[in-house]
Design a protein around this ligand. Structure first.
Ligand code: NAD
Length: 475
């Protein structure tokens, strides 16, 4: 046991650190060995967190938006000052290289500042001597936030900040795979907000289920898999909770015949392999016009050759391990199955010897639509490339998916790209980039990729309900 293993990161309930008799070890995916522990929240502790959030909501929701904004901004800047320690925790628990973990914290801060810049002003629909009508935005109450393990700090900030800006209070649960940095975020929140405004609990999937059925929670803001999203939708029906479901994706990228393969290859490569392929809106299926197919494959392989896989704490590492053992097994099995069924390996890198959960960068071609690597969201470093002969065929293949998070078209002619991208069945339709996000740009999927959006004014509005104020001035 190393010294670090004894470190226990407490939850934050009603402004106080909270531990529990049972703790969960948190492994470092680069070694497989536990480096920290977190409490496992009991049902009573969840009830206490929800009750604290309800109590806090009375005065928090009554504050002016400007006063809430002041504290939200103070929290964001507090997180910014904690970038290096938070990044270190993210690398230990998530596996991504330290520089990428720092980028995650920087992005979390950048996007949160974007939320803080939004002003939700009432919309006046009628203003006559007889009548005044305006649509107002009111807080919902207690928000239950549940996050995934690929970007723990970013996803938590995308939920805490809009929830509190809009006048709600929060009970947040990170993935049990990556809870540590989020427990630290919870502690930072206690330095800034009144007690009970931000509560951070920790536990496995059963804790998430308790939250989704909890009568004291008015909304679930969820990021995770489609399968869990469906379960949440069913169990949240008890008190008709509002839902934002940011689910998985199986994004396609269409590469047209007019591209310069050498020029776009690095962007295409990282559109898939960033964060070891564990990105909801990664470019997972690539369709390339037959006239440039071989050249695009060759250029992608050239980029892949330069990539270093290893422990994220080591200098010069580009891609870390897969975050958890179950995902490691799942991705490996999907690749082996595809190869047995006839897929051809265009490139497969070497990986550091264990004990960490390192997977090779793998580029496959000669794949069929029924293979899992094409049909399902494979959350790992595996890219499939298929040729096409005309744009309509490419569009059909791209849209042949249960998911609809993002999609992209790559071309020398942005106008042609925009026309084709607009016909993708996806929430994000990007040209010459994948994904493309910004603090004022709503992000969300269609079909099996979810309900609702995050970011920007539309994202903030998801944390409110509408009230119509209708005043009869004279008869
Ligand atoms: P997951 O669905 O297994 O878990 C996500 C969270 O839900 C965890 O905190 C988990 O404990 C909790 N949970 C599990 N069962 C639950 C239940 N029955 N009720 C309530 N909560 C429950 O997903 P994951 O494996 O952690 O994350 C990977 C998935 O997340 C991928 O599909 C990825 O595409 C998706 N994702 C989507 C976005 C987006 O914005 N669209 C962003 C990041 C990740």
């Amino acid at each position: 046991m190393t010294a670090n293993e004894s470190v226990l990161y407490p939850m934050s309930i009603d402004g106080e650190p909270a531990v529990s008799p049972v703790t969960i070890p948190v492994p470092d995916p680069a070694t497989g060995a536990a480096f920290a522990r977190v409490p496992q929240c009991t049902r009573e502790q969840l009830d206490a967190a929800v009750a604290a959030a309800q109590r806090a909501c009375a005065s928090w929701s009554a504050q002016t938006a400007e006063s809430r904004r002041g504290l939200a901004e103070a929290f964001i800047e507090r997180v910014a000052r904690e970038t290096d320690p938070l990044a270190h925790l993210v690398t230990r628990e998530q596996g991504k290289p330290l520089a990428k973990a720092r980028s995650e914290i920087n992005s979390a801060v950048f996007f949160a500042r974007g939320y803080a810049a939004v002003r939700l002003v009432p919309e006046v629909l009628r203003d006559t001597p007889q009548q005044y009508v305006e649509v107002r935005r009111r807080p919902l109450g207690v928000v239950g936030a549940i996050t995934a393990w690929n970007y723990p700090v970013l996803l938590a900030m995308w939920k805490i900040v809009p929830a509190v800006l809009a006048g709600n209070t929060v009970v947040l649960k990170p993935s049990p795979n990556t809870p540590v940095a989020t427990m630290r975020l919870g502690q930072l929140a206690q330095e800034i907000f009144p007690r009970g405004v931000v509560n951070v609990v920790c536990g496995g999937n059963e804790l998430g289920a308790w939250m989704t059925e909890h009568p004291g929670i008015r909304k679930i803001a969820f990021t995770g898999s489609a399968a869990t999203g469906k379960r949440i939708m069913a169990s949240a029906s008890g008190n008709l909770k509002r839902l934002t479901l940011e689910l998985g994706g199986n994004d396609a990228g269409i590469v047209l015949d007019d591209v310069d393969p050498g020029k776009i290859a690095p962007d295409l490569f990282w559109a898939k392999f960033s964060n070891c392929g564990q990105v909801c809106a990664a470019l997972k299926r690539m369709y390339v016009h037959r006239s440039v197919f071989q050249a695009v494959c060759d250029e992608l392989v050239k980029v892949a050759h330069k990539v270093k896989i290893g422990n994220g704490l080591e200098e010069g590492v580009d891609i870390g391990p897969i975050q958890n053992r179950a995902q490691f097994d799942l991705v490996r099995a999907a690749v082996e199955e595809a190869i047995r069924a006839g897929a051809r390996v265009l490139y497969q890198s070497s990986v550091p010897a264990g004990p960490g959960w390192f997977l090779p960068v793998t580029i496959l071609t000669d794949v069929t639509p029924s293979m899992r690597v094409v049909k399902e969201e494979v959350f790992g470093p595996v890219l499939t490339i298929s040729p096409f002969d005309d744009d309509e065929q490419a569009l059909r293949m791209a849209n042949d998916s249960e998911y609809g998070l993002g999609g992209s078209v790559w071309t020398a002619d942005p106008k042609r790209g925009a026309a084709l991208a607009a016909r993708l069945d996806s929430g994000g339709a990007w040209v010459n980039q994948h994904p493309a996000m910004g603090p004022e740009i709503p992000f969300g999927g269609v079909k099996g990729s979810g309900i609702g959006v995050e970011l920007g004014r539309l994202g903030l509005e998801e944390y409110t309900s509408i009230q119509v104020l209708n005043v009869k001035r004279a008869s």
